[in-house]
Design a binder for this molecule. Structure first.
Ligand code: DC
Length: 239
């Protein structure tokens, strides 16, 4: 069966990654969390004392650092590896969330990560979540979603996620972080967060994860069906 690219963009903490992971598992596709890659670059720059305005060292660092995803057989999770070491927990900490938007506005960082993401998805069969997948990384993705939810709902979800990992953060701080990131992500010059004209808008404020997954899977079926019709000129059997 044809393999497609599913692009899931949208605001922080509105269920993109949970939905993307479950959709990928259902289809047997790879899941690529592009936000984790921007977080990894942020961690690398911090650990190597590279200023966010030191473009020469940033460009050098981008060539040196190695970002990959490794599947954890025990949990089934795809974990981010930076230079061969799993850094999944550190990249999710608040200290990284507070700085990642500043790193993701740097054009050299975006160019390099977009290049790597395009390579990861070149054989298709991927679900990729981020901010610019449907507009910049895979403008030809067969299924494009743009997910959003109200800020309060997103902040509560994020607070719970952090609490599950032992980090207890006041709700106000999380609201401030989400609002600031939304602003930086949507107003940056290079591939800002925006809905592609052909992306389907999905507001997840009042729907469950199962409903989100079903919604995406229906779109996938429709895209595959349209492709089969186009290929054969006939309606596939069973429809
Ligand atoms: O999805 P996330 O919250 O882990 O993403 C972290 C940050 O990375 C987010 O604030 C914006 C940036 N990002 C981006 O600029 N482009 C992407 N494709 C994914 C994330």
């Amino acid at each position: 069966m044809k393999k497609i690219v599913i692009a899931i963009d949208g605001h922080s903490s509105c269920g993109k990654s949970t939905t993307a992971k479950l959709v990928a598992a259902e289809l047997g596709y790879a899941y690529i969390d592009t936000g984790a890659m921007y977080r990894a670059v942020t961690l690398y720059l911090l650990e190597n004392n590279i200023g966010f305005d030191d473009l020469a060292r940033i460009e050098q660092a981008l060539q040196q650092m190695h970002i990959a995803f490794k599947r954890n057989r025990r949990t089934g999770r795809n974990e981010l590896c930076l230079d061969g070491v799993i850094r999944e927990d550190e990249i999710r900490e608040m200290r990284i969330s507070n700085l990642v938007s500043e790193v993701s506005v740097i054009p050299a960082v975006r160019h390099e990560l977009v290049r790597q993401q395009q390579r990861m998805g070149r054989k298709r069969g991927v679900v990729m979540d981020g901010r610019d997948i449907g507009t910049t990384v895979f403008p030809d993705a067969e299924v494009k979603l743009f997910m959003t939810a109200d800020t309060y709902t997103r902040a509560l979800r994020r607070q719970q996620e952090l609490a599950d990992k032992g980090e207890n953060i006041p709700l106000d701080d999380i609201v401030a972080n989400l609002t600031k990131r939304d602003h930086i992500d949507s107003t940056r010059a290079e591939s800002p967060l925006r809905r592609a004209s052909d992306a389907i808008l999905l507001d997840t404020s009042h729907i469950t994860i199962d409903e989100q997954v079903d919604f995406v899977l229906e779109r996938v079926s429709a895209a595959l069906f349209a492709h089969a019709v186009q290929l054969t000129g006939n309606t596939p059997q069973g429809h």
